[in-house]
Design a protein around this ligand. Sequence first.
Ligand SMILES: CC(C)(COP(=O)(O)OP(=O)(O)OC[C@H]1O[C@@H](n2cnc3c(N)ncnc32)[C@H](O)[C@@H]1OP(=O)(O)O)[C@@H](O)C(=O)NCCC(=O)NCCS
Length: 190
Amino acid sequence: MDARVRPLATSMKKDITHPGGERAPAAAPVTLRPAILSDVDPIFELIDRVSRTTTVLPRSREGICEALRDFVVVEQDGRLKGCGALNVINRDLAEIKSLVIAEELRGTGLGARLVQALVGEARRLGVRRVFALTDSVPFFRKLGFKPVDKATLPHKVWNECIRCPKFLNCQEESVDIILEPGGEAPPAGG
Ligand SMILES: CC(C)(COP(=O)(O)OP(=O)(O)OC[C@H]1O[C@@H](n2cnc3c(N)ncnc32)[C@H](O)[C@@H]1OP(=O)(O)O)[C@@H](O)C(=O)NCCC(=O)NCCS
């Protein structure tokens, strides 16, 4: 991910109210920014946790380092609360990978903001088509992605699948979005 991507202040979509009705203290502001080396361990931990229960593939710390410039992270109060990566595959195509929002912040619009930032970066680079392999198709649909036949993706993409422990029981579907030159960012949460 390019260091010129500007940090993006994000407000929380949901009001947090205690069961008794009184309002919780205001949540600390959330920032989206390109990843740096000190994010490697928290990114590893976020991905490692969800990779046990979702289609998100585990990644080694070394693999995260190698792809560090692909990553945008979500930070709150100095803590890493989300990550996502844009992996450019060829001149036309990029993949959104390793998309995770910490459990306590899910449903607050941050996943959508992260995808928008990654798609914005794809647009800046001149990528024409962005895809994701996911079990969260409705989430991606709200952001303008459409289900697509896996056969339209290059063989290179499947090399990773073959090494995946979930290969024989894979729940992933593919979705993509075509970026028109000079087009708009996808909608925020539908
Ligand atoms: C998938 C994930 C990144 C979504 O992030 P999030 O911050 O919870 O999503 P948002 O709050 O931005 O949701 C945006 C919209 O999508 C909807 N949405 C989010 N996840 C959804 C899901 N799994 N199914 C259906 N709709 C979903 C939200 O309700 C919201 O709709 P609204 O705008 O009408 O209210 C998050 O749930 C996550 O980290 N999951 C575990 C890891 C994972 O599965 N990653 C995706 C693999 S590619």
